[in-house]
Design a protein around this ligand. Structure first.
Ligand SMILES: [Fe+2]
Length: 201
């Protein structure tokens, strides 16, 4: 399994779940994908992980770029299990520090008491590999902990679940798939996951 290059020194290293047919009580006939990203530089940073049964896919894809043990920092944008349930194993393997929002740190402590997490304030910036990562709190998109990570130089947003679709595919970019299917799944995801947690208008 290979990582997929997104831009200079940033790779998709997530996992494809062809078989899942139910998520939060609604049907997922096209399966799903767990998105994680690797940023390489003077420090190697992992953005999110994957659902625990898919850890092998994550490790294999990271391994096609760097030794997974060489990850220095892990960013947890979202505490839900499909993002976080490989965090503990990845921290044991790498010794990497895990960063999360304040609410993310609280939530992760409840799920994984042995995980060491450092909270980052909304708007915090860090530099890596000549790039700037900015952490942006996005509460209730769609849990209190939710956070975006933005790479300023690439104008690249790691948006966790905010613009999700449940869609298993070998394609990684929206112009590589059927647009009708893509927007059907995006609308279904928005209606079931994002909209119910948002503000009342
Ligand atoms: Fe989620």
């Amino acid at each position: 399994m290979e990582a997929v290059r997104v831009t200079d020194n940033i790779y998709w290293v997530g996992a494809i779940d062809w078989n899942i047919r139910n998520f939060h009580g609604y049907t997922t006939p096209r399966g799903s994908t767990y998105n994680a990203y690797l940023m390489t530089g003077e420090k190697n940073i992992l953005i999110d992980t994957v659902k625990r049964p898919f850890l092998d896919q994550l490790l294999a894809r990271i391994g096609s770029v760097i030794d997974p043990k060489d990850i220095d920092l892990i960013v947890s944008n979202h505490t839900e299990m499909d993002h976080s349930s490989s965090l503990l194993e990845m921290q044991k393997l790498t010794g990497a520090k895990v960063l999360a929002s304040k609410k993310g740190k609280e939530g992760l402590a409840l799920h994984y008491p042995d995980l060491k997490v450092e909270a980052v304030e909304d708007g915090t910036e860090i530099r890596c590999g000549g790039k700037t990562l900015k952490f942006i709190d996005t509460p209730m998109l769609h849990w209190p902990d939710s956070m975006f990570t933005y790479v300023q130089e690439d104008k690249l947003l790691f948006s966790m679940d905010a613009f999700g679709q449940h869609y298993a595919t070998y394609a990684r970019f929206d112009d590589q798939v059927d647009e009708g299917i893509l927007f059907q799944e995006a609308a279904k995801y928005y209606a079931n996951i994002i909209l119910p947690s948002g503000p009342e208008w």
